[in-house]
Design a protein around this ligand. Sequence first.
Ligand SMILES: CC(C)(COP(=O)(O)OP(=O)(O)OC[C@H]1O[C@@H](n2cnc3c(N)ncnc32)[C@H](O)[C@@H]1OP(=O)(O)O)[C@@H](O)C(=O)NCCC(=O)NCCS
Length: 199
Amino acid sequence: MKGRWKKDRDVEDAEETMSDIPTLTTKRLQLRPFRMDDAPVVQELAGAYSIAAHTTDIPHPYPDGAAEEWISTHAETFAKGTGVNFAITLKEKGTLVGAIGIFIKKQHHLAELGYWIGEPFWNQGYCTEAAREVIHYGFEKLDLNRIQARYMAKNPASGRVMEKIGMQREGTLRQSLHRFDSFEDAHVYAILREEFEAN
Ligand SMILES: CC(C)(COP(=O)(O)OP(=O)(O)OC[C@H]1O[C@@H](n2cnc3c(N)ncnc32)[C@H](O)[C@@H]1OP(=O)(O)O)[C@@H](O)C(=O)NCCC(=O)NCCS
């Protein structure tokens, strides 16, 4: 009973602080803090093998409770200044289509961008539109100097997103990712503040 009470308190605290995470708006999207009631959709969309296979940290199969646990970390991550997670939703209907976040090393004014879009919503420009806005937010509001991203060589769609948002390819970290019993090459892309400001 005590544990149950603590869990509920933690969830309430998390939801209070999550309201501090900003909401960003683009032409078609609203990027907002995740809410606990997003968890079933996160589990369904991120639970697809096509998402797990191209990311490093998303479990597969996606266990019950894992989405809630993940969402409950967002408030503290934001409060500590180590990262910001956004739910990518369609502005008109509110449909949750994916997730995007940046994970920050304050000392270096550096962040790493990560994202996924549920497979039914691929190739409609949603990731590019969300990533552009998050890059803008990172440089304008978070005092970043560099935003970088990595993708598995077998996942060219993600590389295309990085190109479209103005990142430059810097190289390949050969076999730097181990996923599902396979060593994967990762291509590294980044955009610097001066490049962002020049455009
Ligand atoms: C990568 C991912 C986020 C892209 O999301 P999305 O909303 O479909 O992306 P966009 O529609 O903004 O852009 C996709 C681009 O990739 C291109 N593309 C799609 N499949 C491709 C392929 N097999 N080879 C090359 N380009 C491809 C699309 O044509 C589009 O480019 P274009 O606008 O020049 O035509 C999505 O596929 C995904 O979630 N994949 C699984 C998880 C993942 O890879 N996360 C990123 C880890 S680094």
